[in-house]
Design a protein around this ligand. Sequence first.
Ligand SMILES: *[C@@H]1O[C@H](CO)[C@@H](O)[C@H](O)[C@H]1NC(C)=O
Ligand SMILES: *[C@@H]1O[C@H](CO)[C@@H](O)[C@H](O)[C@H]1NC(C)=O
Length: 165
Amino acid sequence: MNRTSIFIILIFVSFATSNPTPLKRQDQLNGFTQCKGSFANSITLLSYTPNPVVTGQNVTSHLAGTATEIIKQGTTIVYTAYFKDEPTKEAFQHKQDFCEVYVKQSGSECPVKKGDYSFTASWLVEKHPDEPKNLVVEYYFNISVFDSDGKTLSCINGPTKISYS
Ligand SMILES: *[C@@H]1O[C@H](CO)[C@@H](O)[C@H](O)[C@H]1NC(C)=O
Ligand SMILES: *[C@@H]1O[C@H](CO)[C@@H](O)[C@H](O)[C@H]1NC(C)=O
């Protein structure tokens, strides 16, 4: 083998190894992964700002994926936070009207037809009088979307930090 072909092979190898597709997918979910099981509406992108989330401030969240089921009126999104060291102990839960918060703020309306979706929403993260002060806490979150009959349409799990000021 001559020098040129070795050089070309090296370029190819470094290109192939610098393109880690599975890792990139994972990054798009910001550390979240799909829950075990199969769900009609996949979530392939989750990002939020600010990160950590700050109580008393707005958070803006971007959610995207592919829906094989129509997103109808009455769909809810539930964020359940668990303590990191005690993953079975629920810390708090927050429930939103998916159509009102995500779909409407993205300039659309329910029902949302099947196919790829991408929604961005902002809301105020309420400050509670008994919350800690000057502390950043990492929780383990389960984010699930339910239809009006309570069937799980989407489910992802992952860590999220919350900053208490
Ligand atoms: C926070 O979000 C709400 C709901 O989307 C919006 O009406 C409000 O203008 C936002 N406030 C700031 C400071 O961005
Ligand atoms: C996620 O949270 C929902 C709502 O509390 C619950 O029904 C579901 O079992 C949880 N799933 C996982 C994988 O933790």
